[in-house]
Design a protein around this ligand. Structure first.
Ligand code: SF4
Length: 458
């Protein structure tokens, strides 16, 4: 694993015919947030129907399956496996039938008290069918004595801790909830089709563009939305406390998305400009490590007046299921993915820009590839600060001992990757690029919040 890995995309479509097709295209647009499994639940006016399986969106759904998912409320999910193990029972949405009726839910995030809640529920007689945190939510709702689904969900939200963007379908209603820190992104848009107007809620706004939906706003931290009888009602369940994941801007989100109200591409470009202001290098060419390094490299080139070139080409068709256990195979994988253009690199002093360094193995390979292509000098610049701490908030990260910047000095990391120089964007530069505070940057500074998230350290 080179990067921090995102763990899910969620989408909910309310109030338009063919909601399943719109959900399907949204999941397509957000495939980058999870490739292990995909699924959808649709309310057809009488019942909730669910289709889910392991695999990419294009593998899980076909015309036949979508034809059977008719209705005007649908929720969908792309899964990256973090909490739980990889099996089809761990694909989402999760469905249950309880005393108030049918319910299905999708969840992006990670509950930090799920283990304790699961143990308690099991000791009280609950039977679990998956390893997912999300199943705990369904059990809490089913056990609630409240008289409406809204009240049951509110009660459940007061018990669970951690990061969540939740979308429920409950017969003819859709309910959306976001944790009090707004850690993971969730946006709202209006959609118009021939059959009328409705709403769409999704992890990233790139899915709105595809459907011609009009972005309205982000769902607020601690906010709950109820879609019912063609209307949307908002209620604030918790006092909002800003702690949004800054890594969305660095790597997770697509550059064409609005995340936390800001365009990801513009922020990445600004990170490159900040990097150029902080670290001046005499070089002949600036090249990105594609794809996520491209906007930052462009920003660096513009600010430094050094020519920008696509000196490395990425092969987008390399599968994710490659066996990575042997070092030699891992090296081959990097070469399969990234190929240099010798004519751009040979004899040049190269500034190469990447978004982050995790174990250092990929950076080392990239430097080697550039040297083999004839680079005279290779200066590796990273458009984020050194990653020194794991994420406790639902993002799949290596443990601290595996993070090279946690266990080695900057000079040791430079020597390991084999670059002539190595520089990381400062924490202050990162804050300036994203336009101020209110972000979690715990993987860079080790400062976690205890009260909401439980199992963390300060
Ligand atoms: S520690 Fe914070 S900034 Fe880093 S990946 Fe996790 S939530 Fe995002």
């Amino acid at each position: 694993m080179k990067h921090w890995n995102e763990e899910c995309a969620v989408v909910g479509v309310y109030g338009v015919e063919n909601a399943s097709w719109l959900t399907y295209y949204s999941l397509f647009a957000m495939q980058h947030r999870g490739q292990e499994a995909s699924g959808m639940s649709v309310f057809d006016g009488e019942k909730i129907h669910t289709h889910k399986a392991q695999g990419l969106v294009s593998e899980v759904f076909d015309e036949n399956s979508l034809q059977t998912l008719k209705g005007n409320i649908a929720i969908g999910h792309n899964r990256y496996a973090t909490a739980g193990k990889q099996s089809s029972s761990d694909a989402q949405p999760l469905y249950a039938r309880c005393s108030l009726g049918e319910i299905a839910v999708v969840h992006n995030g990670n509950l930090t008290n799920a283990k304790a809640l699961r143990e308690k529920l099991t000791s009280e007689g609950s039977i679990f069918q998956s390893f997912l945190d999300t199943e705990v939510i369904l059990h809490l709702i089913a056990k609630s004595q409240k008289e409406s689904f809204e009240e049951c969900i509110k009660e459940c939200l007061k018990i669970i801790k951690g990061a969540y963007c939740l979308i429920f379908v409950l017969k003819d209603k859709m309910i959306v909830a976001r944790d009090c820190y707004g850690l993971r992104p969730l946006s709202l848009a209006k959609i118009s089709t021939e059959s009328g107007e409705g709403y769409i809620v999704a992890s990233e706004s790139c899915s709105f563009d595809l459907l011609g939906a009009e972005y309205i706003r982000d769902i607020g931290a601690g906010e709950m939305l109820v879609f019912e009888n063609g209307k949307m009602t908002s209620m604030q369940i918790f006092t909002p406390r800003d702690f949004k994941c800054v890594f969305e801007y660095i790597y997770f989100a697509r550059p064409d998305s609005q995340v936390f109200g800001k365009n990801v591409y513009a922020i990445r470009k600004e990170m490159g400009r900040e990097l150029a202001r902080e670290c001046k290098i005499s070089a002949d060419v600036v090249i990105p490590v594609p794809d996520s390094g491209v906007p930052s490299a462009l920003g660096y080139a513009l600010e430094s007046n050094i020519p920008f070139e696509m000196g490395i080409i990425r092969n987008h068709y390399v599968g994710r299921t490659f066996i990575e256990s042997e070092q030699s195979i891992r090296e081959l994988k990097v070469k399969l993915k990234l190929n240099p253009i010798k004519e751009i690199i040979e004899g040049k002093r190269v500034v190469v820009i990447d978004d982050s360094v995790v174990r250092g193995t990929t950076s080392r390979q990239i430097v080697k590839i550039l040297r083999n292509a004839g680079a005279k000098e290779v200066h590796l610049l990273i458009s984020s600060p050194p990653t020194i701490s794991p994420c406790y908030y639902g993002v799949d990260t290596p443990n601290r001992q595996e993070l090279i910047c946690s266990t080695h000095s900057l000079e040791e990391v430079r020597a390991y990757v084999g670059a002539d120089s190595l520089y990381f964007l400062s924490l202050e530069g990162l804050a300036r690029s994203v336009g101020g505070g209110g972000y979690c940057q715990a993987c860079f500074d080790g400062r976690y919040i205890k009260d909401c998230f439980g199992e963390s350290e300060e």
